[in-house]
Design a protein around this ligand. Structure first.
Ligand code: ZN
Ligand code: ZN
Length: 345
């Protein structure tokens, strides 16, 4: 059923995908899906904002027998720049609407308003509280203005409302809210018979929520203006169960490749996170700051080889796991510790 052309892959039933490159990133590319509707093609995600990525998107649409100018709408799974980067350019070229969940639109709005200094002072305070050493924090006090990518993401025109069908002529595409990777991440359930009649319920565009070979980053939801204590890992695990229950015949993710049996992949990820939480709790036999926990956690390479920016992401991931353990009553903050340390209970 699946037909591979140089620029586009035909998944059948009026769904194609384009491999839009992400420059200097080991993930390689974002799979941008083109869904035919009675009012013109709709994109699910758009790709990284880069000239080569734009050309790939435009050429791919030509290969599909359409063009950027024909795009009717853009549905965004989440605000990250490898998904939402080119949305503004697509809208300019076509007049298409852009839809996103309100929680991620709030992130976009903050990003557009925030001055870089605000972000640097927020990160300094956050890393200090997490117990980062002075040599890690020092560079943030002398920020270079160009250090922040994606400073002006496009403001969406429409909200994606959880549980509702999107307004797409001739298609049944339902929004499934799957917070965790970002607060407003959505999966999109195409409630139509699978074109190859694979067993299960339709197809699921899973964004970064459910990927065949990697686990998405789950950190804290970064918001300098919101003091709410969120539990992103808890949100993510709940969202995994939600998409497992949908039992789609095929998952169409935003990276890597499509795969069947969402429920099996969900079980693998739930098991992985349970094992990781157990391992972290064992590390907390002695009180540790989030930074010290990140140093001791298992990553894809030794801590000494993890570059600066990735260490910030790693600490955020350690914090998300600590939040979860505290919420489950399996760890707690040591009273009076400064920076705060956590210990298993
Ligand atoms: Zn992402
Ligand atoms: Zn992504």
């Amino acid at each position: 059923m699946t037909q591979v052309m140089p620029q586009a892959t035909d998944h059948g039933g009026g769904v194609r995908s384009l491999r839009v490159p992400i420059p200097d990133n080991p993930l390689g590319h974002t799979l941008v899906y083109v869904v035919d509707t009675d009012r013109g093609p709709v994109l699910i995600d758009t790709g990284w904002d880069d000239p080569e990525s734009w050309d790939t998107l435009a050429d791919g649409l030509t290969a599909c027998g359409t063009s950027v100018a024909e795009i009717h709408g853009v549905v965004i799974t989440h605000h990250h720049p490898d998904h939402h980067g080119l949305s503004g350019r697509v809208r300019e070229a076509s007049g298409a609407w852009i839809a996103m969940h309100a929680a991620d639109t709030a992130v976009v709005r903050r990003t557009r308003q925030a001055r870089p200094e605000r972000w640097f002072s927020y990160m300094t305070a956050k890393l200090t509280a997490a117990g980062a050493p002075e040599e890690h924090i020092a560079p943030l006090r002398t920020p270079r203005p160009r250090a922040l990518p994606g400073l002006s993401p496009a403001l969406p025109d429409r909200d994606i409302v959880p549980g509702e069908l999107l307004d797409l002529a001739g298609r049944r595409l339902r929004a499934i809210w799957t917070p965790g990777h970002t607060p407003g991440h959505v999966c999109l359930h195409l409630e139509e018979t699978h074109p190859a009649r694979l067993p299960g319920h339709g197809r699921l565009f899973s964004g970064d929520h459910l990927l065949p070979g990697i686990t998405p980053h789950i950190g804290l939801y970064e918001d300098p203006d919101d003091a709410t204590v969120t539990d992103p890992l808890g949100d993510y695990l709940d969202s995994l169960e939600r998409v497992g229950r949908l039992a789609p015949a095929e998952v169409l993710p935003a990276h890597q490749h499509p795969f069947p049996d969402a429920a099996a992949r969900v079980r693998e990820l739930l098991t992985h996170h349970e094992a990781r939480l157990t391992a972290l709790r064992a590390l907390l036999a002695e009180p540790l700051t989030p930074w010290q926990l990140a140093e001791r956690m298992e990553w894809n390479r030794p801590w000494e080889q993890i570059p600066y920016g990735s260490r910030n992401i790693a600490v955020s991931e350690a914090e998300a796991h600590l939040r979860r353990l505290v919420k489950l009553g399996r760890a707690e903050a040591v009273p009076g510790s400064e920076p705060v340390t956590y210990v298993a209970v």
